[in-house]
Write a protein that binds this ligand. Structure first.
Ligand code: ATP
Ligand code: MG
Length: 260
């Protein structure tokens, strides 16, 4: 790993070095560099179509599923190149969980949603599965609301509850990194605030990367912020600096609502 030293400090979870990404002929990411810190929350902000979701999907190789998508440069997790030939993508996606914009629980019981991943990874013992269900739902701050309804279909809960069930499902396989693409944009303010609180509780144990269109949310919950514009990262810094003392005029214009 000759590149390890170049981009990875001890506290780097995800390293991005000179990444270009193409969908066919269209260049969606341009020479992106970043250092996503372990145990912190990193927010991606920027106008629609600037490449936030594209970047996020690189981290668990979801873009592999897109025909015609080509990635150049280096992306490392814990120092290892995740695009190397011998990488086990299934294992990568276990370590790097993802939560989407609209809650997408399976049409199964809450219990089956949470045990789905653990069962695939070979855990059969009922007590062990029960333990995982309780721990995951507690970490996702939804245990009290569902503990007497574990057999109920996950789709019968409210949107905010479903999103927390999805977060619990992600946690059940013990990831190191959680990617969230606008996880609260379909939720009401109370559910949003429940999720923000829960993220704050998770952040020391997990590295979290969250895409959000909500500036207040980025400012409230994240430690680092990256501002994207037409496929480039214009500025990445501690969140407080991005919002109080942006270095680039384009960042300032965006966060003060002058465009986007
Ligand atoms: N599968 C795809 N095939 C071709 N082009 C794509 C694909 N996915 C995204 N793009 C293009 O790449 C660019 C970046 O898209 P991306 O979805 O990453 O933006 P975004 O910042 O997440 O936007 P939004 O805030 O609207 O979600 C856009 O121009 C988009 O049209
Ligand atoms: Mg997006």
């Amino acid at each position: 790993m000759e590149n390890k030293e170049i981009i990875n400090g001890n506290n780097t979870a995800i390293g991005v070095k000179d990444v270009d990404l193409y969908y066919g002929d269209f260049k969606a990411l341009k020479k992106v560099n970043m250092d996503i810190k372990k145990g912190k929350i990193t927010a991606f902000i920027g106008p629609s179509g600037c490449g936030k979701s594209t970047m996020l999907r690189c981290f668990n190789r979801m873009n592999d599923l897109v025909d015609d998508c080509k990635i150049e440069g280096l992306i490392t997790i814990d120092g290892d190149d995740i695009y190397k030939k011998d990488v086990d993508v299934v294992e990568l996606r276990r370590r790097v969980g993802m939560v989407f914009q609209s809650p997408n629980p399976f049409s199964k019981s809450v219990y089956d949603n949470i045990t789905y991943g653990p069962k695939i990874s070979g855990i059969k013992d009922k007590d062990r599965l029960d333990e995982i269900v309780e721990k995951s739902l507690k970490s996702a701050a939804i245990w009290d609301e569902v503990k007497d309804k574990l057999d109920q279909n996950a789709l019968s809960f409210s949107g905010g509850q479903q999103q927390r069930i999805c977060i619990a499902r992600t946690l059940s396989v013990n990831p190191n990194i959680i990617l969230m693409d606008e996880p609260t944009s379909a939720l009401d303010p109370i559910s949003t605030s429940a999720i923000e609180d829960l993220l704050d509780g998770l952040k020391n144990e997990y590295t979290i990367v969250i895409v959000t269109h909500n500036m207040q949310q980025a400012a409230r919950i994240s430690d680092q912020t990256a501002f994207f514009l037409t496929g480039e990262v214009i500025e990445m810094a501690n969140t407080i600096d991005i919002f109080e003392n942006p270095k680039d005029k384009r960042t300032e214009d965006y966060i003060t609502g002058r465009f986007g």
